[in-house]
Write a protein that binds this ligand. Sequence first.
Ligand code: PLP
Length: 384
Amino acid sequence: MRNIYLDNNATTQPAPEVIEAMMPFLRDFWGNPSSMHYFGGQVKKHIEKARQQVAALINADPSEIIFTSCGTESDNTAIRGSVEALARNTVIITSRVEHPAVLGPCRYMKEQGHNEIEIGVDTTGRLNIHEFRNALTLGPSVASIMWANNETGVIFPIQELAEMVKEAGGIFHTDAVQVVGKIPIDVKKVPVDMLSLSGHKLHAPKGIGALYIRKGTKLNTFMIGGHQENNRRGGTENVPYIVALGRACELASGKTSDEMTRISGLRDRLEEGILKTCPDTTVNGDRKERIPNTTNISFQYIEGESILYHLSDFGIAASSGSACTSGSLEPSHVIRAMGVPFTAAHGSTRFSLSRYTADEDIDYVLEKMPGIVTKLRALSPFVR
Ligand code: PLP
């Protein structure tokens, strides 16, 4: 049986080039980068090289990058660190469709006595800009809005939002975990103060992330400990994984445009093929303002979990809801925030592609999908 992986927003396959780059740092160069001797010095320069590679991908200065353990830590550092650095009456502004790595710390800060506002989205997943603008008038603000949504792929107008926050004198953070390596990012042009990214979403291993912090941004330290990362994040550096992230960013830098044109072509073929051959299917989220690798399709009157189960029988891996929320039969908070009707919300299925997705993979999924849908509809308890 073939194995086809279409769950790249959950995690990506580490690139062979990335594995090759990190191996010497597990086997041969294992010194502590903070040590003054030869063993430390040998590895320290590779951390700085990786910092340059990460910075280059988003056009930042290397001194503005800190390494973290994952996207979740980057988000927590940005939100908790900046809220703590500001006044007591800070207003935290976020959206209802954020990943739990952002919603969690925002709600935690609310429990600590801060005002928190979650902005809604419309039926296509687009942020209510009017609500966002109003929230900015309520006091000194820290706003955290994702660059693109992990479930639908919908891209938010980050340039516009960041400019609004700057004008209001607030701090703007974006969770760019699902966009780095997929669309070009230039922090010299887009005035975000902080940006989170995660290695395992761009073909580096799990357990490594980075946070861009624009020079001059007020931020308390989140991981308090040693003097690593220029006193901004304690903890002995995870050298092999840092090297891996640097190499993954370097690979993505050279490839973004051509590779993504090919991937979006495959995604569109998959999407159009499903819409054409499977009746009562709709795409969730705006189809224009979207990252190139993602489609989220609702199959009316069927449970998403059953679709995944049947796809899995054919060796096809996809996802229903966010990877972190699957296992629960409730439609995800993202789909619910968009107001997708009940019969469609339950059948929402995400297909997310990568540079390793081949033409034949899409042919195979399109061949199997109509049979799965017909079979499940025949068993469906929902009234048609
Ligand atoms: N933010 C978004 C949008 C994500 O999709 C994810 C992971 O799914 C995260 C944050 C968390 O990243 P990590 O798994 O590296 O902690």
